[in-house]
Write a protein that binds this ligand. Structure first.
Ligand code: F6P
Length: 306
């Protein structure tokens, strides 16, 4: 997100706009927590995770009264437009403001990659690389000790990270919210992997799959399927760290495009990666569609686990 903030600030300055940073996300917008942003204020942030503007989950902004207050604070500060970087909730908020006449541009940022209208959101690639690094390390113990390793990935209600991790980390089984799998099926896959002579089994469980990772570990141990189990919940390490080259480039491109949209008079849209280019997708479409996990990738995990 910092790479996007940097790109927005510097592109806006080149286009003779003043830039005001909103602290703490929508909560800060409601409270009028603003700070002027110059070119030097975004120096040295490109390689940093998180956001220098800080963020929060705002309940007040979800209410019409909070949105009205935010618009009032924007007007008092002389803001003509707003660029919002964030996930599904942020895009919902951006659309709500757009409906009330605010010139808004959304930039998708979410490790979950559950935002409709873009092939990939800022942060997803960095999270995938973190998961890959972690699973590579865990596999060393898994193989040496012939264990089944259960690894829980984030993603809220989306199985995207888990499925991608399944492919790039060579998992035997992936559990995702989109396709419930019963415990017998999981047990059969683990036992089959053992029979086929595998030295380990990697099982990726998406946090929203409906099966708790601890319960899964207990079940596999109790059923005595060949492998002993260990589990790791990756948690918030997936959300931090220095962004990958891919994410820095994507964020920079989207930041530049967001300002270009405002310059050309386009608003009420989100920047979205389509093919090789960055398009503008109406926010109303973004929030009314649900991004689905590509099931081809899900099935690919099984084939590649042979
Ligand atoms: O939406 C991003 C995400 O990291 C999800 O994958 C996860 O469920 C959630 O946020 C964690 O939120 P919090 O940091 O508030 O616990």
């Amino acid at each position: 997100m910092n790479a996007a903030i940097r790109a927005v600030v510097r592109t806006a300055l080149v286009n003779n706009m003043n830039v005001i940073g909103v602290m703490h996300g929508y909560e800060g917008l409601v409270n009028g927590e603003f700070r002027p942003m110059g070119a030097r204020d975004v120096g040295g942030i490109l390689q940093r995770g998180g956001t220098v503007l800080l963020t929060s989950r705002s309940k007040r902004f979800m209410e019409p009264s909070g949105q009205r207050e935010a618009i009032r604070k924007m007007n008092e500060a002389g803001m003509d437009a707003l660029i919002v970087i964030g996930g599904e909730g942020s895009m919902n908020g951006a659309n709500a403001l757009a409906q009330q006449g605010v010139k808004v541009i959304g930039i998708p940022g979410s490790i979950d990659n559950d935002i409709w209208g873009t092939n990939i959101a800022i942060g997803t690639d960095t999270a995938m690389n973190t998961i890959m690094d972690a699973v590579d390390k865990l596999r060393d113990t898994a193989s040496s000790h012939q264990r089944a390793f259960l690894i829980e990935t984030m993603g809220r209600n989306s199985g995207y990270l888990a499925v991608m991790a399944g492919i790039i980390c060579g998992a035997e089984i992936v559990l995702i919210p989109e396709t419930p799998v019963d415990q017998q099926e999981i047990a059969a896959s683990v036992e089959d992997a053992y029979r086929r002579g595998k030295t380990h089994a990697i099982i990726i469980n998406a946090e929203g799959s409906g099966i708790r990772t601890t319960d899964l570990a207990t079940m596999i141990d109790e059923m005595d399927l060949g492998f002993k189990t260990r589990m790791t919940i990756l948690g918030h390490i997936q959300r931090g760290g220095s962004p990958t080259a891919y994410d820095r480039l994507l964020a920079s491109r989207m930041g530049v495009k967001a300002v270009e949209a405002l310059v050309e008079g386009t608003h009420g849209v989100m920047t979205g990666l389509k093919g090789k280019g960055i398009d503008f997708i109406p926010l109303a479409d973004v929030i009314s569609n649900k991004r689905k996990v590509n099931m081809e990738y899900y099935h690919m995990v099984k084939v590649l686990a042979r």
